[in-house]
Design a protein around this ligand. Structure first.
Ligand SMILES: [Zn+2]
Length: 294
C-alpha cells in the first residue's frame, strides 16, 4: 500500500466526490469527519498520523504539518460554508492527501534504510551517528566506523535512534520502529510501476528508488513538510521562493500526486478545472460567483 498507488488515490477521490455531492446536506462536523475517515483509511500502512483541526478565517490557510510529531493540522473553518467555491474546497480536500504524502516520504526513507536498499550518504551518516553514539564509548564508535556500513554494524536501538535523528522525529512517534518491522514491504513499493509524475526522474534508471534517495537527502537538509500549506500557496504565487519550493523533490512529488487526485475528483463530479478563487474576498464572503456544491 502507498499513497501513490492508483487504487488508493481513486478510493480517496470517490469519498471526496461523495462529500462534494452531499456537502449541503451535511453538518460542518460531518463534513470534517468524512474527510478524516477518508484519509485515515488511506494511510493505514504507516503508524497512525494525528489529524488535528484548527479554525482560522484567514483565506488560504489550509493546513500545517508537524512531521516530527507525526501530526497534520487542517483548517476546519472551511467546513462551515454551504456555498464553498469548488476551487477552495478542492484545495482544502487535497491538503490532507498532500501533507500525508510528506509523511509517507519520511516513512519510505526509514523503511528503505532498514531494508538495506537505501544507504545514508557516508559523511552525513557519520555526523548523525557520532551524535547518537556519544554516550556509548570510543571503542564502540570506532568499531562501527571501521566497517563498510556503520549503520548496519550497530545494534537495533542505535539504528532506530539514527533514523529518528536523521528524520527529526520526536521520540515516541513510533515511526522508526514501525518502518523497521515492515522493512520487507519496501521491495513491494519499489516493484510497483512508477506513477506518471516520476517521469521527472526519467533519465535515471531506477525512478522510485532515486525518488526516495532524493527525499532522504532533503530530510537531512531541511525538515520535510515543515512549511504550512498557506506558506506554500503564497510562495507559489511569487517568483523567487515559489520556484524554490516547487523544485524541491518532495514538493514535485506531493504536487504530482495532487494533480492525479484532482483529475479523478473532477471526473467523478463532472466538472472541469474549478473557477479561480478570488483571493481578495474574505472566506465567509466567497461563493456563488464560482462553482459551488450542488
Ligand atoms: Zn508540501
Amino acid at each position: 500500500m502507498s499513497l501513490q498507488f492508483d487504487s488508493n488515490i481513486t478510493a480517496f477521490a470517490k469519498v471526496a466526490a461523495n462529500l462534494w455531492t452531499n456537502w449541503r446536506t451535511l453538518a460542518s462536523v460531518a463534513r470534517c469527519n468524512a474527510l478524516e475517515i477518508a484519509i485515515k483509511a488511506r494511510v493505514q500502512f504507516m503508524p497512525p498520523i494525528t489529524y488535528q483541526q484548527y479554525h482560522s478565517n484567514q483565506l488560504g490557510s489550509f493546513g500545517w504539518t508537524s512531521l516530527n510529531s507525526w501530526t497534520i493540522g487542517y483548517n476546519a473553518y472551511h467546513s462551515q460554508f454551504p456555498n464553498i467555491p469548488l476551487a477552495l474546497w478542492m484545495e482544502w480536500v487535497m491538503t490532507l492527501y498532500h501533507e500525508s504524502r510528506h509523511a509517507e516520504q519520511i516513512y519510505r526513507v526509514a523503511q528503505g534504510v532498514f531494508s538495506g536498499i537505501i544507504t545514508f550518504p557516508t559523511q552525513d551518516l557519520m555526523k548523525t551517528m557520532q551524535a547518537v553514539m556519544a554516550g556509548k564509548g570510543a571503542r564502540a564508535i570506532r568499531q562501527a566506523f571501521e566497517t563498510k556500513n556503520p549503520f548496519e554494524a550497530v545494534d537495533r536501538t542505535t539504528r532506530r535512534e539514527v533514523v529518528r535523528k536523521w528524520c527529526r522525529l520526536d521520540p515516541g512517534t513510533g515511526v522508526p520502529e514501525h518502518a523497521e518491522i515492515h522493512r520487507s514491504y519496501f521491495a513491494n513499493f519499489l516493484a510497483a510501476s512508477p506513477p506518471p509524475w516520476f517521469d521527472k526522474y526519467h533519465r535515471r534508471h531506477d525512478k522510485v528508488k532515486n525518488a526516495v534517495i532524493d527525499w532522504m537527502k532533503s530530510t537531512h537538509d531541511h525538515h520535510l513538510g515543515e512549511l504550512s500549506r498557506e506558506a506554500q500557496r503564497n510562495a507559489g504565487q511569487s517568483s523567487g521562493y515559489g520556484r524554490f519550493y516547487e523544485n524541491l523533490a518532495e514538493e514535485v512529488d506531493a504536487y504530482g500526486i495532487e494533480g492525479v487526485l484532482k483529475g479523478k475528483i473532477l471526473g467523478l463530479i463532472g466538472k472541469t478545472m474549478p473557477a479561480k478563487v478570488n483571493w481578495g474576498t474574505p472566506l465567509n464572503q466567497q461563493g456563488d460567483a464560482a462553482a459551488t456544491p450542488p
